[in-house]
Design a binder for this molecule. Structure first.
Ligand code: GLY
Length: 343
């Protein structure tokens, strides 16, 4: 595996815009350095598998390997110390969607999302009742807490006085004290200055887009959300159009970053719609990111976009650079590409 990673590192390119031709289909692209997920997705695609299978099996690798500690079990404990999972899968051929939010005690979030899509007429199940659905579908119920997530939570709660947290306009002062909190009567309605550090290890998500040999597009995400989130919080990742979006007639997109802000702008949907209007994937991703930045100038996030002809690109904000992984049949190995962020 070290050898494969080395090959990937050799293939890092700083790109402004990736130009590809239509010979690079099938193709899979993945947010961040999650090359193992991309390798799995590519294995599925090159064996003639569907884009949906590639997304599900690729994201599953990250759920099992706990990519960056921000995907899968044992990461991002909430204020009660529990890890809960959000995931989405979207079929660009049928425009069908399956999603789960705040999924408890089930490790395979993206597969449960796929069951929502394929075994129900619904699109989105959440919380304890999503768990009940998963158990009914044959998934194993088990704790998502690990020794590491327990220690992370104990430090936050016992040594750091519950800092940082996501509360505002409550008492006692959440910037100094733990809860329970109650409402503060007189407060100024203004944008909060967050004391939560948003970075790769906090609001990270695996987002994937794939096109299979039939030209079908699929996209998906999986994450354990934001560290020390308020129990019940769901971020951008499972929201169709926000975490990911796919439409065979255009392509697909996926997003990662500060989900509480990003879900207000449906950046994946916007990127796909920009490509529909003729924008390149890079420009489409930039437009989606800049739309958010116009309102939240310090937000951290990124969008990857893949057109149905195989062109792809990405844009990011609030970091120096953003890596994403690509594998198609023009490359001997996966390639980690890096874009310079807009701010
Ligand atoms: N982007 C992942 C989250 O904020 O939940």
């Amino acid at each position: 595996m070290k050898y494969i990673f080395f090959i990937g590192l050799l293939n890092i390119f700083l790109i402004g815009q990736a130009i590809c031709d239509d010979k690079n289909i099938p193709i899979a692209i993945t947010t961040w350095w999650f090359y193992n997920a991309t390798i799995k997705a590519w294995d599925v695609l090159k064996e003639g598998g569907t884009a949906l299978d590639a997304i599900e099996q690729g994201a599953t690798v990250c759920e099992v390997q706990q990519c960056d500690g921000t995907v899968g079990y044992g990461g991002s404990p909430d204020e009660d110390g529990e890890t809960t999972l959000d995931a989405l899968i979207m079929d660009g051929k049928t425009m069908n969607v399956g999603a789960v939010g705040a999924l408890r005690r089930i490790k395979s979030a993206i597969s449960v999302a796929r069951h929502v899509m394929e075994r129900t007429k619904h699109s989105f199940l959440v919380g304890e009742l999503a768990t009940q659905f998963a158990v009914q579908m044959g998934f194993k119920e088990e704790p998502l807490t690990t020794q590491q997530s327990k220690q992370m939570w104990m430090k936050w709660h016992n040594e750091d006085n519950c800092q940082p947290n996501f509360w505002m306009n409550v008492k006692p002062d959440p910037s100094k004290y733990c809860g329970p909190y109650s409402t503060l009567d007189n407060f100024r309605r203004e944008s909060p200055a967050s004391n939560v550090k948003v970075d790769r290890y906090n609001h990270d998500t695996i987002g994937m887009v794939a096109i299979d040999g039939n030209g079908d597009v699929a996209a998906g995400t999986s994450t354990n959300g934001a560290r020390f989130k308020i129990p019940g919080r769901i971020g951008d990742s499972p929201i169709p159009g926000s975490g990911a979006y796919a439409d065979n007639s255009v392509g697909g997109a996926a997003a990662t970053g500060d989900g509480d802000v990003m879900l207000r702008f449906l950046p994946s949907f916007l990127a796909v719609e920009e490509m529909r209007r003729g924008a390149t994937p890079t420009d489409a991703a930039r437009t989606a990111v800049l739309r958010i930045a116009a309102h939240y100038e310090d937000f951290m996030g990124a969008v990857v976009a893949l057109k149905n002809d195989g062109q792809y690109g990405a844009a990011c904000h609030g970091m120096d650079t953003f890596p994403f992984v690509v594998q198609d049949n023009t490359k001997e190995s996966f390639r980690v590409e890096t874009v310079q962020c807009l701010k």
